[in-house]
Design a protein around this ligand. Sequence first.
Ligand code: ADP
Ligand code: MG
Length: 726
Amino acid sequence: KAFGVAFEGNNDPYVHNKKQRTQPPTSHQRRPRDADRLPVAKYRRQLLYLVETHATVVVLGETGSGKTTQIPQFLDEAGWTEGGRMVACTQPRRAAAVTVASRVAEEAGCELGEAVGYAVRFESVMQQGMTRIKFLTDGVLLREMMEDPLLARYSVVMVDEAHERSLATDMLLGLLKKVQRRRPDLRLIVASATLQAEELRAFFDPGRDSSVVKTVQPGPGAPVQRTPAIISIEGRTHPVEVHFLQQPCSNYVVASVETAVDIHKADLPGDILVFLTGQQEVEDAVRMLDREAERLSASSGYGSKLLPLPLYAGLTGTAQAVAFSPAPRGYRKCVVATNIAETSLTLEGVVYVVDSCFVKQRAYNPLLGLEALCVAPVSKASATQRAGRAGRVRPGKAFRLCTAQDFAKLPDTTVPEMQRAELQGMVLQLKALGIDNIMRFEWLAPPPAEAMVRALEALAALGVLDQDARLTQDVGLPLASLSLDPSLGKALLTAFRQSVPCSQEMLTIVAMLTAAPHGPWVAPPGVRKALDEAKSRFAVVEGDLVSLLNVWRAWQEHGCSAQWCAKQLLNQHSLRKAEEVRKQLARACARLGLPEPESCDGDMDHLRKGIVAGLFMNAAVFESTDHNPLAPESDPGTHVYRLIRPVGGADATGVRARSGGRDGMGRAAPGATTGALDAGRLRLRIHSGSVLARCRPEWVVFQTVQQSDSGWYEMQGVTAVQPDML
Ligand code: ADP
Ligand code: MG
């Protein structure tokens, strides 16, 4: 069902570079029959024809139609990887890049890292000269552009999951458009699960721009059309019946568990897929479902047993594989997932979807200059995608945990991340790629001007940019080559350079924060207290970042033992990852010509000074303690902090306007009753998971904030500091 271009194929499969092949395509015969039944298989020739004849092809297709796993293989078989070039396929999520690469390696019958490999930040499983299909995050491809601006090692770049509109995807699309002008032989495939084809086509259409030659001759063969082609792959989906709540629910985690159990009790065949917002919720729900499953099997009477399984990005490969494999005989799978199962990963056999209608999102408020992770209602487009997951095998049912009236109030589409994220990292990368006038860059959706100004200001304050907004020699250029958040990167550079260096310590802290942004802890269900105790064993008065250093040292002293980790409720996997990141960072620093890493031997003040050098913009001071008149007298109240840098008076309303829509969805509107944003001043408190949660340090710097249900901004990664350090 292509539109835009008439297909004039012949009987031979269309082969790129018709000149003789040195070897037959290796994976061709081994591809299992299963894959030939995927909807995309029918479009193989047509797709290859379009890729051959068009610079850009937009591929639209339902989730599960085989875009991600099959198209790179088609290109490989058709000769696009001859002469040592690779096919790249980008993913917005690192977990998806890894999972999909192993799936494709399995289909192609090779070891992962040979013909099929992947590259995510700080981890690359591929071999130069051997790998032909490479899955990578969009962020990693952006990094590669710094060394290889024209992406010379790739013949085709497939930007997958373009509908997600991640920050890096949007950046990549703008940059690829530039690259294409210089490299007419580069082919671009933009794959999307929803209908945004016209917007994408218009973006890549050079017709509007008269300075561009519309047709170029890449050597022998047909001329290449610069106008993008669109191909839509008809999915094989079944109708899905959508149900809404009659009354709003007050707790969607509990409601989703109850709904799943009700579905199970109805005793009709088919797996259940539940959408929640984050790892913690997923684990809570799985725990509750486990209890229910036990109760139900004790009372028997039901045909199959319920098998609750978690699925989220931080899960290890084996645990993820369990969610993908069919349920054992006599069991019904109930996969409880985050947004990762919306379009990135496909689960077979799902007939029922339970949708919380919420998602965890980055939300940047340029007035406050703060980005927080917030739980926000999904868009209608997202909810439609989620419901669609129920119709893969046969007609299905979707249960949305909100009323039809509230659903009608949801936004139609999700705002692109570009327009709701903090932009420092992006500006730094564009500058490093030589894009000087960022405001005039060709955006698919331009970022808000105020967010851009804030990012430029922040980068100037960090010393990354000079007065002319160019990268500085001493901070900007080195930071651009470290794959780090600019604040952490600055802290690391400072640690190497200050009078008493603490680079050994800072390498550890930065590696730990990067490898395990949510902390190195594993919280087996129901051990909240044990976890607090475990944390307190490593806690120091300097705060969370310095406590991480203690964790690391103790782990090393105990021979990196897995048993020890389990006893301390530490995630061995995270620590191993941190070790790898640390090694890579140390190598990158050496390449930058920084001195050998040194230790400050317990000089905490210098370590804190290094931390402050990166996080000074997130400095807060204790203001007052709020006492709840209804709480018992022993209740210590809430310690309220205030940002030190000035925050405008319009902020409170700004925040409320931006997070509108939450009321009526069973959650309080932020700031509605708590007064957390009164008098135009942003008020903060220390997150309960921080080692300083029960202390009351006067001055602090924090790494991130998270917005609570009641609208508080909660500081995480807190370090207690002295005012003179600021
Ligand atoms: P799309 O990218 O169009 O959403 P995919 O190429 O990801 O589709 O998936 C095609 C099919 O391959 C899906 O129907 C799914 O059943 C199967 N599949 C993909 N990944 C896995 C995996 N890791 N394990 C098992 N099956 C998978
Ligand atoms: Mg896909």
